[in-house]
Design a protein around this ligand. Structure first.
Ligand code: FES
Ligand SMILES: [Fe+2]
Length: 419
């Protein structure tokens, strides 16, 4: 039965069934994940010709590859013979992909190159007609997106107001290009939108992350004591995207009025870097160690969150996989990349003081909502104080639910258009 989808999302609340209804989940796969731009990789992960990594667009497995001419390809990981996946490793470098079942082989751009024992295919198969299915691909500032929808709007239009913030996010390289240092994955027993909401939810931070707050030094804790900080705001950026500023002086890391004191915890890094670099370069790099001073949520599946990417993959209506991708400086000082990994592990790592607490909260949302799907989920915090900023973007305090309202408005548009 098709639910009356438009009645499920109002400006201040959404229906509990958004987390639990398997029919809605199927419709989301079709109308959102298999229709819009979905983030698949960062260019540093496929830097050289022959590099590839596997990823997902909704529930469909894909391969992201760099071909010999330097082009980026996103290919459905599905053999054109009888359907086996042709690549089952997370990443690597090679000349192409050979299906494990009957060894049809494909080039890095998906062209069908070879068929063993071809005699049976005379007058039956033309190799040029059977490449791996190619998705539409575009990248912005190193972020690679793909879509199954050939008629989709240009990526730059889709990103719209988020582009400024992507550019700002990349400034944490402090002059070095950003690179992926590694990643880890985990699953939680909850709907994907619970995670989507969380990226711009600073309201939970002092509650859920009490153990993290008590595990860091006072300077770091005060950097994120945003409950009463009026410069901590969330902007709705359009098309479901939003950004929450947590550390206003780190929004544009190229701007530095010189008043910010570098944190004592990084003094050993300052000392080490100062052996080779002038003081202003050292200061620029150290100010960027925590990443950008905001969380940027790109609908539907990737968050650029201070110093890492959080990538979500819906597995079923009540199960989601999360990838945490740690970022570093390509060609940057080793001591800096190591420190960035340690900071990442401390919060986001499997034994970290942050993400495991988030996952527990998300599990509990699913458990509670399943027990009472007739009651709405409220996303009304800050509605009374939300105002447009200079760009006309709805803006409120970072603890308000402006980002969630933006995501659900996009969800509603995508789920109901063409009805
Ligand atoms: S299924 Fe791939 S070669 Fe047969
Ligand atoms: Fe959190």
């Amino acid at each position: 039965m098709t639910p009356d989808v438009s009645s499920l999302v109002e400006s201040d609340r959404v229906a509990g069934t958004l987390y639990t209804d398997p029919d809605l989940f199927e419709r989301e796969m079709d109308r959102i994940f298999h229709s819009t731009w979905v983030w698949v990789a960062h260019e540093s992960e496929i830097a050289k010709p022959g590099d590839f990594r596997t990823a997902w667009v909704g529930r469909r497995p894909v391969i992201v590859s760099r071909d010999r001419r330097g082009g980026i390809n996103v290919l459905l990981n599905r053999c054109r013979h009888r359907g086996a996946s042709v690549c089952d490793v997370p990443k690597g470098n090679g000349n192409g992909f050979t299906c494990p079942y009957h060894a049809w082989s494909y080039a890095l751009d998906g062209t069908l190159r070879g068929i063993p024992y071809p005699e049976g295919y005379e007058d039956v198969v033309e190799k040029k007609d059977l490449p791996l299915q190619r998705l539409k691909v575009a990248s912005y500032a190193g972020m690679i997106f793909a879509s199954f929808n050939d008629d989709i709007e240009p990526l730059e239009d889709f990103l719209g107001g988020a582009r400024l913030w992507i550019d700002r996010f990349m400034k944490q390289g402090a002059g070095y290009p950003i690179k992926v240092q590694g990643e880890h994955r985990f699953r939680f027993n909850g709907n994907w939108k619970i995670q989507l909401e969380n990226t711009t939810d600073w309201y939970h931070f002092p509650i859920v992350h009490r153990s993290w707050m008590s595990s860091v030094d006072a300077e770091t804790a005060s950097m994120l004591s945003i409950m009463t900080d009026e410069t901590a705001v969330t902007h709705a950026l359009g098309n479901g995207h939003s950004v929450s500023v947590s550390v206003a002086e780190h929004v544009d890391l190229d701007v530095d009025d010189g008043t910010e004191k570098l944190q004592d915890r990084f003094s050993h890094i300052v000392e080490e870097l100062s052996k080779d670099l002038p003081p202003e370069r050292v200061r620029r790099i150290v100010r960027s160690l925590h990443g950008a001073g905001f969380n940027l949520n790109l609908f539907p599946n990737v968050a650029m969150s201070m110093a890492f990417f959080r990538v979500l993959r819906p597995l079923s209506v009540a199960e989601t996989e999360i990838r945490h991708v740690a970022l570093g400086l390509e060609g940057g000082p080793e001591i800096v990349n190591r420190e960035r990994l340690r900071i990442h592990e401390h919060f986001q790592g499997p034994f970290g003081f942050g993400s495991p607490d988030d996952a527990e909260a998300w599990n509990r949302v699913q458990r509670g909502v399943t027990g009472g799907t007739d009651m709405p989920i409220l996303v009304n915090r800050g509605l009374g104080r939300e105002k447009p900023n200079d760009l006309g973007q709805p803006t409120s305090h970072a603890t308000d639910e402006t980002g969630m309202r933006e995501a659900y408005a996009m969800w509603k548009r995508m789920m109901t258009d063409g009805n």
